[in-house]
Ligand binder design. Structure first.
Ligand SMILES: Nc1ncnc2c1ncn2[C@@H]1O[C@H](COP(=O)(O)OP(=O)(O)OP(=O)(O)O)[C@@H](O)[C@H]1O
Ligand SMILES: [Mg+2]
Length: 424
C-alpha cells in the first residue's frame, strides 16, 4: 500500500528515501536510530499529525531536524478505494504546514491546501486518524491498548476500526441541532406570548376608529391635535403588533421547526442504528477470527477466547475455567491484542460493506514481553497474514529479522547524523 517515503530534514533524517514492497518488512536498528521516525512520517504524511502516548504531538515543527529550516515528507501510496497511485507532499515550516496531493505521473496536483488534502486522503484510504490508530498502526508500547480499555471504549475503538465512528459523530451533530431547534421553538413561543399580552392591553382597531370619529365633532384646537397624535401612535402600535404576529418568523416558523425537529429525530435514530446493523453483521466474523488466531497461539494453555456483546473479553483455560483479561499475563495480553486487530482486519477485508481496509498493518515493537515460544510464533503469524498485503514491523527481535520478506537496517552514524540505511 505504501510505496515510497521521502524525508528531508525530518527528525534524524537529512535526506533519505525508503522504497517499500508488499509483504512483510522488518525495520531494525539500535535505540534512537530512527525506526519509529519512519512510522511517524507515514502518519504525518497521511494525517498531518503525529501521535505519541495516545496524544497528538502539539508542535509539528519539533519534527524539523534541529539544524534544518523546514522538513519535507513525501508519501507515495496505493489508494484502496481505486487502486491508483497517489503521492502526498507535506512541508513543515515553523508555524505552518503546506500540502499537495498528486496522482503519480501527473504534473498538476489533484488537491492543494492542507484541509483539502487531509479530507481527500481520508476519502482515498477509507480511514481517519482514529481508525488508522485502531486498525493499522500499533504504536510502540501500545500493543495492549485494546485490552487495557474499558469495554465501552473498546467498543468505540472497534467501531472506529470498522469505520463506523463517523455515524457517532454525525449523530452528536444532529443531537446538537435538535437542541438548538427546541431552543428556537421555545423562544418563538415566548415572543408570541409576550406580543399577545401587549395586544390585550391595546385597544382594538374599531375602538380606535370610534375614538377618531368622536374627535371629528370637536373643533380644531391644539388639544385635539395632541389627542389625534396619541391615537395615531396607539394605532401604529396595534398595527405593529399584528404585523409581528403575522410575520413568517412567528406564524409559519413554529410549524417548520416542528417538522424539521421530527426529521432530525428520525435521522438520529437511523444514524444510531446503522453502526449497530453493520457491527452485528461483522461481529460473528470478528469473534470467529479472533478465537481462531488466539487458539493457534495459546492452544497449549487456553481453550477459548470469547468476546461478548458488551465487548467484554474472556479467556477459558484448558479445563474450561473462565480467566478474565485482567488476570491474563502481559504476554497473553499482547497476543489477545494481536489476535483482535488481525481479526478485525480480516473480517473487514472479507465482509466489509463500506469497502476494504488498506491492507496495511504497522507494528512498532510488538514482541516486547513475549517468551521464547511466543516470540517464535509471532513472526510466523505476521508473515502468514494473507489478508494484509503489507506489514511493517519495527523490531529488536532476532527471531523476526530472518522471517520477514524484506529488512531495512538502520546503522547510526553518531549524534546529529542520519543513519546509514541498508535494504535487504
Ligand atoms: N527534530 C529532531 N532533529 C534531529 N533529531 C531528532 C529530532 N527529534 C528527534 N530526534 C532524534 O531522533 C532519534 C530517532 O528516534 P526514533 O524514535 O525514531 O528512534 P527508534 O529507532 O524508534 O528508537 P527505539 O528503539 O528506542 O524506539 C532520537 O534519537 C531523537 O533524539
Ligand atoms: Mg522506537
Amino acid at each position: 500500500m505504501i510505496r515510497r517515503i521521502g524525508l528531508q530534514n525530518f527528525k534524524v533524517y537529512k535526506n533519505q528515501e525508503f522504497t517499500l514492497e508488499d509483504g512483510s518488512t522488518a525495520i531494525v536498528g539500535p535505540n534512537g536510530s530512527g525506526k519509529t521516525s519512519i512510522l511517524e512520517a507515514i502518519e504525518f504524511g497521511f494525517f498531518r499529525m503525529v501521535t505519541r502516548k495516545e496524544k497528538k504531538v502539539p508542535q509539528v515543527e519539533d519534527l524539523i531536524h534541529h539544524k534544518g529550516k523546514r522538513a519535507i515528507v513525501e508519501l507515495e501510496f496505493v489508494a484502496p478505494i481505486n487502486r491508483r497511485n497517489y503521492f502526498v507532499k507535506r512541508t513543515i515550516h515553523p508555524g505552518e504546514t503546506n500540502a499537495e496531493l498528486f496522482l503519480v505521473g501527473n504534473k498538476d496536483p489533484e488537491e492543494t491546501g492542507v484541509t483539502r488534502v487531509d479530507n481527500k486522503i481520508v476519502e482515498l484510504i477509507g480511514l481517519n486518524r482514529h481508525a488508522f490508530s485502531a486498525l493499522t498502526y500499533v504504536r510502540q508500547g501500545e500493543i495492549d491498548r485494546l485490552s487495557r480499555l474499558a469495554p465501552k471504549s473498546r467498543r468505540a475503538d472497534l467501531y472506529s476500526m470498522m469505520g463506523l465512528g463517523i455515524y457517532d459523530k454525525q449523530s452528536s451533530k444532529v443531537q446538537k441541532e435538535i437542541r438548538q431547534m427546541d431552543k428556537d421553538s421555545q423562544n418563538i413561543s415566548e415572543s408570541i406570548k409576550r406580543l399577545k399580552q401587549v395586544q390585550d392591553h391595546l385597544p382594538e382597531k374599531k375602538e380606535i376608529d370610534a375614538a377618531l370619529k368622536a374627535l371629528d365633532s370637536i373643533e380644531e384646537s391644539i388639544i385635539k391635535k395632541q389627542i389625534q397624535e396619541v391615537i395615531q401612535k396607539v394605532s401604529d402600535s396595534v398595527i405593529a403588533v399584528e404585523e409581528q404576529l403575522a410575520s413568517p418568523e412567528l406564524s409559519t416558523k413554529p410549524e417548520e421547526l416542528k417538522e424539521e425537529t421530527e426529521i432530525a429525530k428520525h435521522l438520529k435514530v437511523l444514524l444510531n442504528t446503522i453502526p449497530d446493523v453493520a457491527e452485528n453483521q461483522l461481529r460473528p466474523h470478528i469473534r470467529r477470527e479472533a478465537r481462531m488466531i488466539f487458539r493457534e497461539i495459546f492452544g497449549d494453555r487456553y481453550s477459548d477466547l470469547v468476546i461478548d456483546d458488551d465487548y467484554e473479553i474472556a479467556l477459558y483455560d484448558l479445563k474450561g475455567n473462565r480467566v478474565s483479561l485482567m488476570a491474563a499475563s502481559g504476554g497473553e495480553d499482547v497476543c489477545v491484542n494481536f489476535a483482535l486487530r488481525v481479526a478485525v482486519n480480516t473480517a473487514l477485508q472479507r465482509h466489509s460493506t463500506t469497502g476494504p481496509p488498506p491492507g496495511l498493518i504497522i507494528l512498532d515493537e510488538p514482541g516486547a514481553g513475549l517468551d521464547a515460544q511466543r516470540r517464535r510464533w509471532l513472526p510466523e503469524a505476521i508473515t502468514k497474514l494473507d489478508v494484509v498485503n503489507q506489514v511493517l514491523v519495527v523490531t529488536h527481535m532476532e527471531e523476526l529479522k530472518g522471517s520477514t520478506d524484506h529488512v531495512i537496517s538502520l546503522i547510526p552514524q553518531g549524534k546529529g547524523r542520519q543513519p546509514i540505511v541498508e535494504v535487504d
